[in-house]
Design a binder for this molecule. Structure first.
Ligand code: GTP
Ligand code: MG
Length: 149
């Protein structure tokens, strides 16, 4: 199966998204190091927030078929440098998380993802009501099909 690298700032919701899609129990645990599973490679948000770790993301991207870049809809800032997605030689898909929260600003989050060089359409998700996960599940399945044929 083609793997997916999850990137995003600290607390963007990478581990939660992985737990939802893998039908695991959703429980908060800060990611401390690269975490490999069958499908997802999850990493600490520090790898995006601290530029001297960028190389870990870039190196790890060679092992995956897609990169899923998360943006917390409630964050008033971005950790993606301009055109950051262009350093990867793999497709980068934008996901806006926490859209259930009252302070969520999907337009602002879309702007940040665009700024990072990621093209629309963006997925929007809520781990609280499960919204937006169906299209992501379909994307996972499609990726799986692609690998098997
Ligand atoms: N309301 C709401 N909270 C969410 C959502 N997704 C994640 N959270 C919460 O945000 C916090 C951080 O989520 P994580 O999934 O641990 O974030 P992460 O990107 O893995 O963070 P690091 O491991 O530190 O890089 C947790 O308390 C989650 O419950 C969402 O869609 N809605
Ligand atoms: Mg995590």
């Amino acid at each position: 199966m083609g793997k997916i690298l999850l990137i995003g700032g600290i607390g963007a919701g990478k581990t939660t998204l992985k737990q939802m899609l893998m039908n695991e129990q959703v429980s908060y645990q800060k990611t401390q190091m690269l975490d490999f599973s069958n499908v997802f490679i999850d990493c600490p948000g520090e790898y995006l927030e601290i530029p001297r770790f960028y190389h870990v993301l870039i190196d790890t991207s060679h092992q995956v078929s897609e990169i899923w870049a998360l943006q917390d809809a409630t964050k008033k800032r971005t950790f993606y440098p301009p055109k950051f997605s262009k350093v990867f030689r793999k497709p980068v898909i934008g996901i806006i998380t926490k859209v259930d929260l009252p302070t969520a600003d999907i337009k602002q989050a879309s702007y940040y993802l665009n700024y990072a060089g990621i093209e629309e359409p963006f997925y929007t998700t809520s781990s609280i009501d499960g919204g937006g996960f169906a299209p992501l599940r379909m994307r996972l399945e499609a990726l799986n099909e692609l690998q098997n044929h």
